[in-house]
Design a protein around this ligand. Structure first.
Ligand code: S3P
Length: 175
């Protein structure tokens, strides 16, 4: 069984994923880290040299390779579910969770880690907030297809763990 975490940049997919993996006694896999380790290049450098259009097909291939992993929590990249048929793949190959934050909060969180995110480049302040608002609107139609919705401001991880266990183990599902 696999659990895919989806959500915007800086929504805490990696941090939440690690904790969730511990709680479920699963392994943890970060798709961005997988990319960087496999190709020996940071994602910002890759974007800079080869562009997003060359990143997305590789990201898709890596996503597809996760079907070989069992008992694993997988943190996807913020754009992963929004390209090709990736969200359908996610829905067919595991349980998925959307980590939701309001756009204004995401913009604040992103302000601190701008350099690692080539998609937002040098934007900051009001410009960044406006961009995140629009971009999140475009992307949410994919994120909202996830099996579970976690409001990161309100929901406890323990209740997500409970819901996942109920769905996966209660119904004795295996993917
Ligand atoms: C991206 C998000 C990043 C990374 C790449 C593109 C995006 O992952 O995959 O920079 O398009 O939202 P995080 O969501 O982990 O920042």
């Amino acid at each position: 069984m696999r659990v895919y975490l989806v959500g915007y940049m800086a929504s805490g997919k990696s941090k939440t994923g690690r904790t969730l993996a511990d709680d479920l006694d699963y392994d943890f896999l970060d798709l961005d880290e997988m990319f960087e380790e496999r190709y020996h290049v940071s994602i910002p450098d890759f974007f800079h040299k080869y562009g997003e259009e060359n990143f997305r097909p590789i990201e898709r291939q890596l996503l597809h390779s996760t079907s070989g992993f069992d008992n694993t929590v997988i943190a996807t990249g913020g754009g992963t579910p929004c390209f090709f048929d990736n969200m359908d793949f996610i829905l067919h190959h595991g349980i998925s969770v959307y980590l939701y934050w309001k756009a204004a909060i995401l913009a604040k969180r992103l302000n601190q880690v701008r350099k690692k995110r080539p998609v937002i480049g040098e934007m900051k302040g009001r410009e960044l907030e406006y961009y995140v608002q629009k971009h999140l609107e475009d992307r949410e139609k994919f994120y909202l297809k996830a099996d579970f919705f976690m409001d990161m401001e309100k929901d406890e991880l323990t209740s997500l763990v409970y819901r996942i266990k109920n769905q996966a183990f209660g119904l004795n599902l295996s993917f």
